[in-house]
Design a protein around this ligand. Structure first.
Ligand code: UD1
Length: 417
């Protein structure tokens, strides 16, 4: 039952409400460890990575339960424990526990994080910034421990605006007495969401959404109610899906101001978009227009998380495209699967792929091996003739609340199982 079946070639038509953001929810869940008193989170996506993070929090003694659609987390009774290896290694976002545990307990013991197999994903930048705060690390095989008897606020500069390293520094800095400043911070909307959440709990973090963050730490944080913002990557996935299948759609609650690069690209490829308070209304051409070149970039550039989905779309577009991945290596794992569907593409090296659009892909059996690549195969299947079976649904479930239902709301013929 770990598969998805798609009957392709049917234009999309309808509206879908965009789920809460995975990449905002996960660090915010970790941040609950810093808060005294219950936190009520609205719009938390029901995805397997969120369930994994909840299990980790419960293992640390936090209470977590769903109440009328909201997730209630109370960390009062949390205790310092080892994070179980099988949970930590199954999800990349377990790395946020590093900053949160250091903030709360001044120590952390965890396993090297796992997650998608899209590249090396080192944590040297996380370590370097936290070391500036007087955190000491020790490694034994895949186990990592960190201690800071005396957390020191500091001024640090990131050599690359890593999202995870920025978030970990915020998490630790929020409870470290004094002012910590970070230059070269990541500007991704999920970083802003984390700062907004902590500020709603009584923290004082300035500069979210810019390259310079200032965290005045050490204040007691209190419980709050907070709404997880809509997922710009899910919205972007469905928007791009419109190019594979054609038609029109309303993406309700899509976070349009965080999606400038994707919306600009969609317009360049011939879609007509109209943003309103309700969301984004999109109308698609019969076939995506030419796109000679695109590279992924840090926000506000085109997001790496949508690169595979764009690749699927370009397999059906006009002309040939060179796509350059600048964030992660090894992010073209779906190339072989797309070729089996009849795509004309060539991986030039681990950062570049050239694709020449064909009129139609053909349905067949393909295998997802990571989250966004899996979603990209679903998108390709929408534009393929006949039936496509995508195996490895569990990878897609890590980030999409219910991709089959969402796409059915848009008129696609898609079922799981
Ligand atoms: C990345 C994405 C983020 C996305 C998330 C989930 C970027 C900049 N980040 O965040 O938008 O939501 O994946 O898929 O697009 N790096 C190091 N050392 C470190 C940390 C990172 O060299 O300590 C390198 C990585 O190898 C990678 C780049 O920095 O090449 C981006 O890393 P980072 O932003 O930290 O990744 P995530 O936090 O996973």
């Amino acid at each position: 039952m770990d598969s998805i079946r798609v009957q392709g070639g049917i234009p999309l038509q309808g509206k879908v409400t965009i789920q809460g953001s995975k990449n905002a929810a996960l660090p915010i869940l970790a941040a609950c460890l810093l808060v005294e008193g219950p936190v009520l989170l609205e719009n938390v996506p029901r995805i397997s990575d969120v369930y994994g993070m909840i299990r980790i929090l419960q293992g640390l003694g936090c209470q977590a339960r769903w109440e009328q659609g909201l997730l209630r987390i109370d960390s009062e009774k949390a205790q310092m424990e080892d994070i179980p290896g099988e949970l930590a290694s199954s999800m990349r976002s377990s790395i946020f526990l590093l900053g949160a545990l250091l903030g709360r307990f001044r120590e952390a013991r965890l396993w090297r994080p796992g997650g998608c197999v899209i590249g090396k994903r080192p944590i040297d930048l996380h370590r370097k910034t936290l070391e500036k705060m007087n955190v000491r690390f020790a490694e034994e095989g895949d186990r990592l421990s960190a201690t800071a008897r005396d957390l020191q606020p500091c001024s640090v500069k990131l050599e690359f605006p890593s999202v995870g390293a920025t978030e970990n520094l915020i998490l630790t800095g929020a409870l470290a007495e004094g002012e910590t400043t970070l230059e070269g911070a990541a500007r991704e909307p999920e970083v802003t969401a984390l700062c907004e959440f902590l500020n709603a709990c009584g923290a004082s973090i300035e500069g979210a959404g810019t390259r310079k963050l200032s965290i005045r730490g050490g204040r007691k944080l209190h419980g709050t109610k907070f709404r997880i913002p809509a997922d710009r990557i899910v919205a972007g996935t469905y928007l791009l899906a419109g190019f594979a299948a054609g038609g029109s759609m309303l993406l309700k609650e899509a976070p349009v101001s965080d999606m400038t690069a994707v919306c600009d690209l969609a317009e360049r490829m011939g879609a007509s978009l109209e943003a309103s308070r309700e969301g984004i209304y999109c109308q698609f051409p019969q076939r995506a227009g030419e796109l000679p070149f695109l590279k992924t970039e840090v926000h506000p550039g085109f997001p790496t998380d949508l690169q595979s989905v764009l690749l699927a779309v370009r397999c059906l577009g006009r002309g040939s495209s060179l796509i350059r991945e600048t964030i992660f290596e090894n992010r073209f794992r779906i190339a072989g699967e797309l070729q089996r569907m009849g795509a004309d593409l060539q991986v030039l090296n681990d950062r570049e792929v050239r694709v020449r659009g064909v009129e139609r892909l053909r349905g067949t059996e393909v295998e997802a091996s990571e989250l966004r690549g899996g979603a990209a195969l679903v998108v390709a299947a929408l534009g393929a003739s006949g039936e496509t079976i995508i195996r490895g649904r569990r990878f897609i479930d890590r980030g999409y609340d219910n991709i089959c239902k969402d796409l059915r709301d848009l008129g696609a013929r898609i079922v799981s199982g």
